[in-house]
Design a protein around this ligand. Structure first.
Ligand SMILES: [Zn+2]
Length: 405
């Protein structure tokens, strides 16, 4: 099957007709349809499938003659709210398409190959990014994961059980990890560096350290029309100070800091808020810079809160240290591509990926596919068909290199 047919077979699942964006949240109907798509796509290829203890999906190509540690490729199928079509699914679809391409050429891998789709990569429902790969590798405890709640108060464990999966088995899966030799994730670039370099495909060098912080500002609800300015305890003001400081501090330090989610209570247009809850996403090339930027934002929030009689609490919800991808594997990937005449520059990235968590336990590499505008986590996210096909060719080349006798 061509990349285009495979791509189109997934395209409509979980797309909101009004926004054109995707809402593929874990353990929802859209997610169930994505999981069914994965199982069907694998079955059509005679790949052996299973859902592991952490709700990650696997499709194994491990016929006779394949022995030793497996080479895994894949990504995720879940999305951020109103996300684009490519972030995640491109890696899964390309993985199946690369298997097709290798088989068309009559290639037989000497090592098992598996396509994986990791659960809750975006943290779109339960707030912790890369949850499936964190659980698999032991980067988060099953107790913590089970108790994560979505916006409606449903726990991860309840939602998982609701989808017919057993949350009792959550946690590090050493048996599965021991079968894996390396992981290669193909992903749309979440920036436009490749476009600037005129290359369709790139190789990842590192992932910036990054994290999510929750800021809770508690003030006092009051009437917007009758409460004198001096008498107010308005939590929106220190929140605003934090937003402005995030931009300033990040710009000065060469980092990125974003408030992308905010909830005001009670949320009335004619009332002073009683509370404001806000989420900060911050990323930087190095740990020290990141600590510095987050420290400045927190200090600005506290200063402004104090001056307004508002209480503020700051809590780190998730964090990923800087990831340096395995040098030897990266060199092998680059050589395999160069050997087939594919020019693939090496790039750092500010975006987190399952590959970042697997890198703590396994040699891991990433391929990026050009995103002409650099826009991601939005329906405008795009890669051309030609570039997607170049990505499949590159991924097939890498798989061939890593599984040749
Ligand atoms: Zn992704």
């Amino acid at each position: 099957m061509s990349f285009a047919e495979l791509w189109d077979s997934l395209l409509d699942i979980g797309r909101d007709p009004a926004t054109g964006g995707y809402r593929r949240y874990s353990f929802t109907a859209a997610d169930a349809a994505c999981r069914a798509w994965f199982m069907k796509t694998a079955a059509e290829r005679n790949l052996r499938t299973h859902s592991d203890r952490n709700a990650n999906l696997w499709a194994w190509w491990d016929g006779p003659g394949a022995a030793g540690p497996a080479i895994i490729t894949g990504s995720h199928l879940d999305s951020v709210p109103d996300g684009g079509a490519f972030d995640g699914p491109l890696g899964v679809v390309s993985a199946f398409a690369a298997v097709d391409l290798l088989r068309e050429r009559g290639f037989t891998p000497a090592r098992p190959v598996a396509v994986a789709a990791f659960c809750e990569e975006e943290g779109g429902r339960f707030g912790m990014a890369c949850l499936g790969s964190r659980l698999l590798t032991g980067a988060v405890t099953p107790e913590t994961a089970r108790e994560l709640r979505d916006g409606a108060g449903v726990t991860f464990a309840e939602a998982m059980a609701g989808a017919g999966l057993d949350p009792a088995g959550l946690g590090a899966d050493e048996e599965l990890l021991a079968r894996i030799g390396a992981f290669v994730e193909l992903h749309i670039e979440q920036g436009s560096a490749l476009d600037g370099l005129g290359a369709a495909v790139g190789v990842a060098e590192s992932i910036w350290p990054h994290g999510r912080w929750r800021l809770d500002f508690a003030g006092r609800a009051d009437h917007a029309g009758t409460t004198r300015l001096d008498d107010r305890r308005d939590p929106m003001l220190p929140y605003a100070a934090a937003v402005l400081e995030a931009r300033q501090a990040a710009a000065t330090a060469g980092a990125l800091a974003t408030f992308g989610k905010v909830v005001a209570e009670p949320g009335a247009a004619n009332a002073i808020s009683s509370a404001v809850h806000a989420w900060l996403d911050a990323r930087a090339p190095g740990q020290e810079v990141l600590d510095h930027v987050v420290g400045l934002i927190e200090a600005a929030a506290r200063r402004a809160a104090q001056s307004q009689g508002v209480e503020v609490g700051v809590r780190r919800e998730s964090f990923t240290p800087r990831v340096e991808f395995d040098q030897a594997l990266r060199d092998r990937v680059s050589r395999a591509l160069a050997g087939r005449g594919i020019a693939a520059p090496v790039l750092p990235t500010g975006a987190g990926h399952d590959a970042g968590f697997l890198a703590a336990r396994l040699p891991t590499a990433m391929l990026f596919v050009r995103n002409p505008t650099g826009v991601s986590h939005s329906p405008a996210e795009h890669a051309t068909r030609t570039d997607c096909e170049a990505g499949v060719v590159a991924l097939a080349a890498v798989l061939e290199e890593l599984t040749s006798p």
